[in-house]
Design a binder for this molecule. Structure first.
Ligand code: ADP
Length: 469
């Protein structure tokens, strides 16, 4: 089977969050299963672009409202990541340093989607599946079926994976003029609540839709930022497939980002050595449980509650623990977390920003990983934590509910709580301190975590079955 993944992110080329991790791993595992999976993404000006060799494979152009845009598709010369990688260059629009956060993002990603559809329309053969990810690429199934120039692509099956339904790619109807000449009778496919809604359109037009966990799919049926009715209408073609982890990247035995590699037999010494490095670097105490947070500093992740959750825990539990936070996002949250480092010197520290290496070191050296998320479609952090023997402390929501079992249950290996509140965070911290104090049983639970299989092999098979269906 030939599968074309279209995405705004792909690790290690450009990653902002879990979307990048998934698109950087799933195609590799699909290739390992004997299929041909390729990735197409925008050509951003990232380090990766300059450090790898590319060749031009296609040049084309298309009209976008009053504009005439030229695009170039380049392909990485070696199959460096385990799949063929194609980058789409549109001068002045996609060739930027960051993935998102530009005022013209709507126009940028629309142009990317048109270029990809146009390019595929020039192929002499049809791929079996075009697999689009999130709202940035969700208009492609519509264009393949309803733009007059691309209608010969209509028989190709499409899959939309929703990594996060909070962001939907809304745009005003004035943008409709930028979509290449399309069948105006089909306006209802683009529309949701009097706007063009890319994600809603993808849900309506894709052959199959999936979210990145079953728990999240169930939640979307009740609450989906305005799309719950649509999810209920289309539920027959919606599935939940939990993400895997790329064990070539997230593996304590092989990880080149960490100082001390370890496996099941050497986990205690290995984790301690990595913890020592973190504690030295951030002025923390190796004898106390180290609780970390890694992620986007946004309300969905419960990051707004971190300052109070951390300070209350330190004060009320007499500093019996240490905290370390790595993240970026909301400026107010960033500045409170940053300024707290002075107040709680020796108990708490933070690194505001994005740092892939430090993230690996934290998964390896920490004792606990806190995720008080309000919304968590799958969550990869807790899976990485488990792979490195770090106990996840999670709010029961979406994928966290599906992948973490509380230690109070038989075979459990995590700390789970029901609400995103400061009180619940403090209670989870209290439980963490007690678990840490029982070193012998904690060591056994760590081994249990390492034995859990969250590799992509299983989920990659499930995706293939979805394509076949
Ligand atoms: P989301 O995609 O909603 O941000 P996920 O849990 O699916 O959340 O994926 C988050 C990914 O991004 C993980 O690989 C995590 O380690 C990484 N990550 C998030 N913030 C940072 C950061 N500040 N520095 C390094 N890695 C980060």
């Amino acid at each position: 089977m030939e599968i074309i993944h279209v995405s705004a992110e792909c690790y290690p080329v450009a990653k902002v969050g879990g979307l990048g991790d998934v698109v950087g791993a799933l195609p590799k595992y699909q290739n390992k299963l004997g299929h041909i999976a390729k990735v197409v993404m925008p050509m951003y000006l990232t380090k990766y672009l300059y450090e790898h060799q590319f060749e031009v494979v296609h040049k084309g152009s298309f009209g976008m409202g009053p504009y005439h845009l030229d695009y170039t598709v380049i392909k990485e010369v070696t199959n460096h990541n385990g799949f063929d990688l194609y980058l789409v260059d549109i001068f002045g629009l996609l060739d930027r340093e960051n993935v998102y956060s530009y005022d013209d993002d709507t126009f940028r990603f629309l142009s990317f989607q048109i270029a990809v559809t146009d390019w595929i329309s020039h192929w002499r053969h049809h791929p079996d599946v075009v697999h689009v990810h999130d709202h940035h690429t969700a208009l492609i199934p519509f264009m393949m079926q309803n733009c007059f120039d691309y209608r010969h692509l209509a028989p190709i099956k499409t899959v939309l994976t929703i990594h996060n339904a909070q962001y939907q790619g809304w745009m005003g109807w004035d943008m409709a003029q930028n979509i290449p000449s399309w069948d105006q009778w089909k306006w209802g496919l683009l529309d949701w609540d009097k706007n063009i809604n890319s994600l809603a359109c993808g849900i309506k037009c894709a052959s199959k839709v999936n979210t990145v966990s079953n728990g999240y799919l169930e939640e979307l049926m009740r609450s989906a930022n305005g799309l719950e009715f649509l999810f209920n209408l289309e539920r027959q073609k919606c599935y939940g497939i939990v993400n895997g982890i790329d064990t070539e990247v997230w593996n304590p035995t092989l990880d080149s980002y960490i100082e001390s590699n370890f496996e099941e037999d050497t986990i205690e010494a290995g984790k301690l050595a990595n913890k020592q490095i973190l504690c030295n670097q951030f002025n923390l105490d190796i004898n106390k449980p180290l609780i970390v947070f890694i992620g986007r500093l946004v309300e969905d992740k419960g990051a707004d509650l971190l300052p109070a959750g951390i300070s209350d825990s330190i004060i009320y539990m007499q500093g019996k623990m240490n905290f370390l936070v790595l993240g970026s996002g909301n400026k107010n949250i960033e500045s409170s977390l940053d300024s707290m480092s002075h107040h709680y010197f020796g108990y708490y520290n933070s690194r505001i920003g994005y740092n892939e290496k430090l993230a690996h070191q934290m998964y390896a050296g920490a004792d606990f990983l806190l995720m008080p998320s309000r919304v968590e479609p799958c969550g990869l952090n807790q899976l990485y934590a488990l792979a490195y023997g770090t106990m996840p402390m999670v709010r029961r929501t979406g994928g966290l509910k599906d992948t973490v079992k509380d230690i109070g249950e038989e075979g459990g290996f995590g700390i789970c709580f029901n609400d995103t509140t400061v009180g619940e965070i403090c209670h989870a911290v209290y439980r963490a301190i007690n678990i840490f104090d029982e070193q012998k049983s904690f060591a056994l639970i760590r081994k249990r975590m390492l034995a859990i299989d969250h590799s992509w092999e299983k989920s990659a098979e499930i995706y293939l079955n979805l394509y076949k269906s």
